[in-house]
Design a protein around this ligand. Structure first.
Ligand SMILES: Nc1ncnc2c1ncn2[C@@H]1O[C@H](COP(=O)(O)OP(=O)(O)O)[C@@H](O)[C@H]1O
Ligand SMILES: [Mg+2]
Length: 385
């Protein structure tokens, strides 16, 4: 069936005929279009300036007058450089050969008002064609105080995070140094002392031997504690056994020390993470297990380390007494409040990942960490630190 085109309404047709016969339906259409343009231009909620290539203002809308404090008439002919800083468009010679730019240019800057006051603004300039001529169209928007504050806050958070990253890296380095000193100086010294005492012991009378043996037992315990301290400070197992084995060992050690039944499902992840990420994962799990030992009164703990490309997922669950997250979060304001939980979160973030905690009083606690395994994910992490 042939398509039916809509018929022009008789009234509109008449009007066009009348317009044409009275010498200008084209002029009338142009007038109407200009009226529409001016209505939109003047009622726009953003300040809008139209300027010539050299920056002189050809027009400005109502909002622009409000923002600058000048009347629209006074604005006409003014140089945009008097109003906007920075205003550095390309030189006129280059603009003449340039077709209207498709991509608008966004800037942050300052606006100088009639009374000399300066306002922070964002503006967007675009080289446009109006009635066969090229102009600058410039939209200007005030940056609101709360957005400024938000930006300052975001910047300082970023700096803080970077500082934290530096502190944690330095702390890890310092721990390594102390652990070495402790092992080489104190540990070796104690072992030498033990050998010396053992040889003296052989020479002693039997009643003194008993006393010396008590000293030797005490020394053994002391050496064991120094070794544990060295291990905590610098998990050498991590370097010797790799991360996966060290985590199993850490869980076993914690379960013996804190009297809970630990079960684990740990994928082999040694080749997937560099040493910095490995130490962060180790420290997160170490802190979670210490917290369980200190507070949870748990009888069962489950540790899961799973590869779910492109992520590594870590879960530490306990069936202990749990805690009120809101109350604990409120302690964050205190100078030393929740440093353990905060550093766990920061470490996850340093690996480009995130850490979440679920806990309810009487219902245990679950800590979950997600870390990207891909290079892309890690690069993203470095860019956000
Ligand atoms: N697994 C857990 N079970 C019960 N309470 C916990 C657990 N983990 C953390 N908490 C609570 O969270 C608080 C903050 O922990 P954390 O930031 O590690 O600080 P700290 O160990 O120095 O007290 C603890 O004081 C404790 O009340
Ligand atoms: Mg803690």
């Amino acid at each position: 069936m042939p398509k039916k085109f809509p018929q022009p309404k008789t009234g509109r047709l008449l009007c066009l005929v009348q317009g044409a016969t009275s010498g200008g339906w084209l002029a009338e259409a142009l007038r109407q279009s200009q009226e529409r343009f001016h209505a939109v231009f003047n009622s726009a909620p953003e300040a809008l300036f139209i300027a010539l290539a050299d920056g002189r203002l050809a027009d400005a809308n109502h909002r622009a007058a409000q923002l600058t404090g000048y009347s629209r008439e006074a604005l006409k002919g003014m140089d945009l450089r008097e109003l906007l800083t920075p205003w550095k468009p390309p030189p006129i010679a280059r603009l003449q050969h340039q077709s209207p730019v498709k991509r608008p240019v966004f800037r942050e800057g300052r606006l100088t008002k009639k009374n000399g006051a300066q306002k922070r603004i964002e503006f967007c300039r675009q080289w446009v064609k109006i009635d066969q001529e090229n102009f600058w169209a410039v939209w200007v928007r005030e940056v609101r105080e709360d957005r400024q504050t938000e930006k300052i806050l975001r910047d300082s958070q970023k700096k803080l995070r970077y500082l934290n990253y530096q502190i944690m890296t330095a702390q890890e380095e310092e721990r390594r140094r102390i652990s070495r000193e402790l092992h080489d100086e104190v540990g070796q010294g104690l072992t030498a002392l033990k050998l010396f005492l053992t040889s003296i012991n052989r020479e002693l009378s039997s009643d003194l031997q008993q006393n010396c043996q008590t000293m030797l037992d005490f020394l053994d315990e002391f050496i064991k504690n120094v070794r544990r301290l060295c291990r905590d400070l610098r998990p050498t197992l991590l370097e010797i056994m790799g991360l996966s084995e060290s985590l199993s060992h850490l869980l076993k050690e914690s379960s013996e020390m804190f009297h809970f039944a630990g079960t684990a499902e740990i994928d082999d992840i040694d080749s997937l993470c560099d040493s910095e990420i490995q130490i962060n994962i180790y420290r997160i799990i170490q802190e979670a297990l210490t917290n369980i030992g200190k507070y949870a009164r748990a009888t069962k703990v489950f540790l899961k380390v799973k590869i779910k490309p492109p992520w590594l997922q870590v879960k530490i669950e306990d069936n202990g007494i749990g805690f009120n997250l809101k109350e604990v979060a409120a302690q964050k304001a205190a100078p030393s409040g929740c440093m353990g939980l905060i550093s766990m979160k920061e470490r996850a973030r340093m690996c480009g990942g995130a850490l979440r905690i679920w806990s309810r009083e009487g219902k245990g606690t679950k800590v979950s960490v997600t870390i990207p395994l891909t290079d892309k994910g890690r690069q993203l992490c470095l860019s956000t630190i």
